[in-house]
Design a protein around this ligand. Sequence first.
Ligand SMILES: [Zn+2]
Length: 145
Amino acid sequence: MAKASKGGRTAAVRLRKIEQALVDAALSVRKKAYAPYSRFKVGAALLTDDGEIFLGCNVENASYGATICAERHAVGNAVAAGKREFVQLAIATSTSPPSPPCGICRQVLGEFAPKLKILLVNPKGEVVRIRLDKLLPMAFSSQSL
Ligand SMILES: [Zn+2]
């Protein structure tokens, strides 16, 4: 049983089996993040419609703009494997409450799954459930061109 974090309060959250697998994978890959500059390690685990999980961690660079976030790393790994249908994403950070994805990642995730289900988690077991369309309302998309 995980703890939900909402406005500083915590409550129990029941995770489905696949959600727990996503959370565990995101927490695990977070440890592999390369973040010598910010020391803000992030892990992401992306579930595809056929049940595969693709991982990503942030990879920083001395030229800060060359840094890639964990979420976009996971998307790139999935797309390179021929996957484009995404069901759910777990994002692991060490913050309390767990941090949401940055704006660039929201945009990239929205390209493939505008209503993606997201779990924000941390090693303390806190979980925030949110959907991408709540994080990125009135998104710019292919329909906007
Ligand atoms: Zn990002």
